[in-house]
Design a protein around this ligand. Structure first.
Ligand code: CP3
Length: 345
């Protein structure tokens, strides 16, 4: 019905309901696959964009202007809070930290963040974007999961297998535990401030959880994730917990208590559905490289995910971020398929 204010379908799903319109958004939708982002980046460095609320607002809204999608994700970077904790950060173009944590005295150098003083730009961006978005569109804020932030803190940059992080967990479990506790505390402070500034939900990115052995994850990581999520929920903040490595950690994800579980593409959607408790909301999990395929293949793969999650509150997304070379037409084809299915239902 026209003129009736509707709650954002994404928030309906996070509350465990199944709205008539299936919400969809794309991880890394505010980034390099968009020609308008690349045009802006030709004039500004990534660091300059991160430091400018006006430009960050513009980038956050770019995919909303182009696509029929249900959520914006705040334009900032996962590692910005580490910089606010006193670790110099540069993008070359991958992230590089100025120093790394290897012992207790390194960890002692890490400062607790005063979010309002140290992270004014993402907060201002959240306020601006929320004021510009209609009520049926959700604004997602995000934080790094303790393990994924620790991965960068220990290695200082990206890694294939994060062996030094894994080694530290065995060599010095007390230091590892202390580090995760401090990162979870900062993530809670940052996420809660983002929510207060206007974000409607927080996604926790556990992008590198997949390298952790199951028992290690359950014993040394999950308690920190649970505390972080419980902290958000105590403030009535809806939480999506995205794990890249859901096939290994799905039981831990369920135990995390998150309102919605984000799953990567290396587990079949039907398996996820079979293993999750009835009614637990789920987000995912189309393989991002499918978007380079033919229209017919994109439509078929999109439908197969919708069918697998037919009986569950579901947010359509990819199983990881959009690749920077993804054709815009591939994204449009996914969205068109979702909307067609809806009309057919
Ligand atoms: O999703 C969105 O569109 C919102 C913005 C967003 C960015 N980074 C912007 C960005 C989000 C949600 C992130 C999360 C992020 N950042 C993660 C977790 C998500 C995941 O992929 O699992 C991680 C691990 C990072 C750290 C990081 N920042 C990496 C590994 C890189 C890529 C470096 C490279 O060369 O590919 C970045 C840079 C970055 N973050 C870009 C953007 C748009 C590209 C910067 C540019 O314009 O050059």
């Amino acid at each position: 019905m026209k003129g009736v204010a509707t709650a954002a379908p994404l928030l309906e799903v996070l509350a465990g309901r199944r709205p008539a319109r299936r919400p969809v958004w794309f991880m890394r939708q505010a980034g390099r696959f968009l020609p308008e982002y690349r045009a802006l980046r030709a004039k500004q460095t990534f660091a300059e964009l991160l430091a400018n609320a006006e430009l960050a607002t513009e980038v956050t809204l770019m995919p909303m202007q182009r696509f029929d999608i249900d959520a914006a994700i705040l334009f900032t970077d996962l590692l910005v809070p580490l910089e606010a904790m006193g670790v110099p950060l540069a993008y070359t173009p991958g992230p590089e930290l100025g120093w790394r944590v290897r012992c207790g005295s390194d960890l002692a150098r890490l400062e607790d963040i005063d979010v309002r003083v140290k992270l004014p730009v993402p907060l201002e961006t959240a306020r601006r974007v929320r004021a510009l978005l209609p009520p049926d569109k959700a604004l997602i804020g995000f934080v790094g999961a303790p393990f994924t932030l620790a991965a960068y803190l220990v290695e200082g940059r990206g890694s294939k297998d994060w062996s030094e992080l894994r080694r530290l967990a065995w060599q010095d479990p007390a230091l590892f535990d202390d580090m995760l506790a401090r990162l979870a505390r900062s993530a809670l402070a940052f996420g809660a401030a983002l929510f207060e500034a206007g974000c409607d939900a927080i996604q926790i990115f556990d992008s590198w959880a997949g390298v952790a052995a199951p028992a290690m994850f359950q014993q040394q990581v999950l308690p920190h994730v649970r505390r972080l999520i419980a902290g958000f929920q105590a403030e009535h903040i809806p939480v999506i917990y995205f794990v890249n490595g859901a096939a290994t950690h799905l039981d831990c994800m369920i135990a995390s208590g998150a309102d919605c579980l984000g799953v990567d593409f290396k587990i079949a959607a039907a398996d996820v559905h079979a293993r999750l408790p009835q009614g637990l909301p789920c987000q995912g999990n189309l393989e991002p490289q499918v978007l380079f395929a033919s229209e017919a293949t994109i439509a078929r793969e999109t439908r197969s995910i919708i069918e697998a999650f037919a009986d569950r509150p579901h947010v359509f997304n990819l199983g990881h971020g959009l690749h920077p070379e993804t054709p815009v037409a591939g994204v449009e084809q996914v969205i068109a398929t979702i909307r067609n299915e809806q009309e057919a239902a």
